[in-house]
Design a protein around this ligand. Sequence first.
Ligand SMILES: Cc1cc2nc3c(=O)[nH]c(=O)nc-3n(C[C@H](O)[C@H](O)[C@H](O)COP(=O)(O)O)c2cc1C
Length: 216
Amino acid sequence: MPSSSTDIASIRRDYQLAALDEATAGKDPLVFFRKWFDEAHKANVAEINAMTLATVDAENKPHARIVLLKGLDEDGFVFFTNYDSAKGNELDARPYAALVFFWQELERQVRIEGSVVRVSEAESDAYFHSRPTGSRIGAWASPQSSVIADRSILEQNYLRFEQQFSGGNVPRPEHWGGYRVLPDHIEFWQGRSSRMHDRISFRRHHDDWNIHRLAP
Ligand SMILES: Cc1cc2nc3c(=O)[nH]c(=O)nc-3n(C[C@H](O)[C@H](O)[C@H](O)COP(=O)(O)O)c2cc1C
């Protein structure tokens, strides 16, 4: 390992901005998530909708990457991707995922776990057609997660599909669409001083939620 000027072990920050208690978190974690999301938006949190998505493959090995939250309703959390990608194959084999948001400007983390379903074709179409033309062509041009010989393959694909759809209508590829994570566990974490953080956990129980405070 080359020597580095950065002393990683000495990097630390004491969290002091806010506190979280059971009364504030309320009874419905999706309502509370929306409240925290709105507060993060007002605080100009960077990449507020970027979330880590963890999946497991058929051999139960975990894989994680960032995707963007593109929808939120009473059922759950929606993101869009290539169904033939590594994550798409993993979700086909094991339709269960974990999501993590870290809003460092507010010293907050939210963890979400649940089963995963594909959104309806109409929902995928509606979002796909709201995207800029270049991104829509990109969805055709990129065989996401496949090994490619070099970047020129992508660029050739892009030009080919740009020509094919030069009439302006870029349809949604069948291999591209949304997933919805249906949460059965949501945990809100607020950083506190001296690592004495607040953690409020919601676990689904039939149509209700069991609420617990967890040690940090
Ligand atoms: C900020 C950010 C946002 C991203 N958003 C998405 C997204 O919404 N959908 C997506 O498929 N990939 C997104 N990616 C790329 C993924 O992290 C990942 O590289 C890609 O989906 C392939 O993952 P896989 O091979 O595990 O399927 C994003 C990456 C970053 C850094």
